[in-house]
Design a binder for this molecule. Structure first.
Ligand code: ADP
Ligand code: MG
Length: 272
């Protein structure tokens, strides 16, 4: 069949939109190739303070590659990522700086990341896992870090599990520890990459519930998920990707109406 070129549909943010007034994360013209495959094809995106942006798209469309580029886990080949108006060092792989590691770690620390599989330290309790970053990286005293960890674990519904080891927790509980751990660093934004994809069906609701609670608290969040119903409930904006391209960027209230482009509506009916 002939390849029909997809129309790119983006709503211009209004003059008082958070992405314009208080941009936290800004990606400009990100490109990333894997041999002949374009993982990212000229992707630009701005996320404002307190905004909840959900990224949807079929498998292999570049969603994880985009999050890794935003967080500097894997640099884009070209383009720029700004965090609070500052370019990340090395945002363009050709712009090498002498000793980037310290700077990169500093920047990465300001973006909390929650992955599909939660890498908790197995020999540490939930509260030790959550307190580790603040102790090691922020220099917070042990007693204070543990107290803060307990409060965060309580916030994600695990107040009675602070002394449990990861092996004693269900997948969903471990993922909630991972969310508490990301929050413990007081990040400027939280990035989620399919946080419920690896969970048992009965664990998914608890994790989505914790994430929904966070959206009401002014946190800036970028969420990759296949949970369409959840996206529809909590997102401010919906982004849709296909073959490395950002095709759609619309307010939630528009994205789930007949005003959305046909390819997105077709995707929703396939996923739903
Ligand atoms: P998604 O997260 O939307 O499923 P990805 O970002 O993982 O998609 O992948 C986008 C495209 O880039 C896919 O075609 C994938 O096969 C390719 N890709 C991603 N990472 C690599 C890699 N490290 N090496 C080769 N190809 C990759
Ligand atoms: Mg992915």
């Amino acid at each position: 069949p002939p390849i029909v070129e997809r129309e790119v549909v983006r709503a211009e943010p209004g003059p008082d939109a958070a992405s314009r007034l208080h941009p936290v994360l800004e990606a400009r013209n990100l490109t990333r190739s894997f041999g002949p495959v374009k993982g990212l094809d000229d992707v630009s995106l701005s996320v404002g303070r307190g905004e909840v942006v959900v990224i949807l798209g079929p498998s292999g469309s570049g969603k994880s590659t985009l999050l890794r580029a935003l967080n500097w886990i894997e640099p884009a080949d070209s383009g720029d990522v700004q965090l609070n108006g500052e370019s990340l060092p090395w945002a363009d792989a050709t712009r090498r700086i002498a000793r980037p590691e310290r700077l990169l770690n500093e920047r990465r620390r300001r973006l909390g990341m929650v992955f599909q599989s939660f890498a908790l330290f197995p020999t540490m309790t939930a509260r030790q896992n959550v307190a580790l970053g603040p102790r090691r990286l922020l220099g917070i005293a042990k007693a204070e870090a543990l107290r803060a960890a307990d409060a965060l674990l309580d916030k994600v519904g695990l107040g009675d599990k602070v002394q449990s080891y990861p092996v004693e927790l269900s997948g969903g509980q471990r993922q909630r520890v991972a969310i508490a751990r990301a929050l413990s660093m007081k990040p400027d934004a939280l990035l989620f990459d399919e946080p419920t994809s690896a969970l048992d069906p009965e664990s998914i609701g608890g994790v989505l519930g914790v994430m929904a609670d966070l959206t009401g608290q002014g946190l800036t969040m970028v969420i990759v998920t296949h949970e369409i119903g959840f996206a529809r409930r909590i997102a401010d904006r919906i982004i849709y990707m296909e073959r490395g391209r950002l095709l759609m960027d619309l307010p939630r209230d528009v994205a789930f109406t007949t005003a959305a482009p046909d390819y997105f509506r077709a995707f929703l009916s396939r996923e739903g």
